[in-house]
Ligand binder design. Sequence first.
Ligand code: NI
Length: 191
Amino acid sequence: MSAPYRIRHYGDPVLKQVANDVTEIDGALVRLVEDMLDTMYEEPGLGLAAPQVGVRKRLFVYDLEEGDDPNVLINPEIVESDGEWEFMEGCLSVPGLHWNIVRPKTVHIKGFDLDGNEVDFDADELEARLFQHELDHLNGVLLVEHLDDEQKREAKKILRQRAESGDSHIDAMSDELGLKLPPSAGGLTLP
Ligand code: NI
């Protein structure tokens, strides 16, 4: 399996754009989903939204449990959310950085599968977080927007330094600035 897509990183304008509804599920869309899954597994990430590979369509792929069939949600919508849950969140488009972010603990999500069937279910904790994170990507929102003021200042500083040096993997620098990196960063990276 080769990854046919390059992951777009922070600073790429496509990550700030609102993606368009999928209007037709055809062979090209099925192929896109397969290629996105290849890209996600190669990184590896738990999920990947189309804008992260430069495609402005409202869909994302995800795979939370090894052995499970990978999943895709098309034109997803969160119709209800509840509670609060803190989680050390990362993003393939902001590589090497993770922050504790509080978001709703449970969500009720609707969307369509690759056969065009409507799906509708509740999700909790990590799965709920993944859906919120991926849905943000479809609306042009990166996790940096969810940081508190102090975190945001630190993040902007790191990302600015990265842009200036042309290096997108300055993990040591994030440690110096007091940003906690989880021991198993790779395994917990959301797309
Ligand atoms: Ni992401």
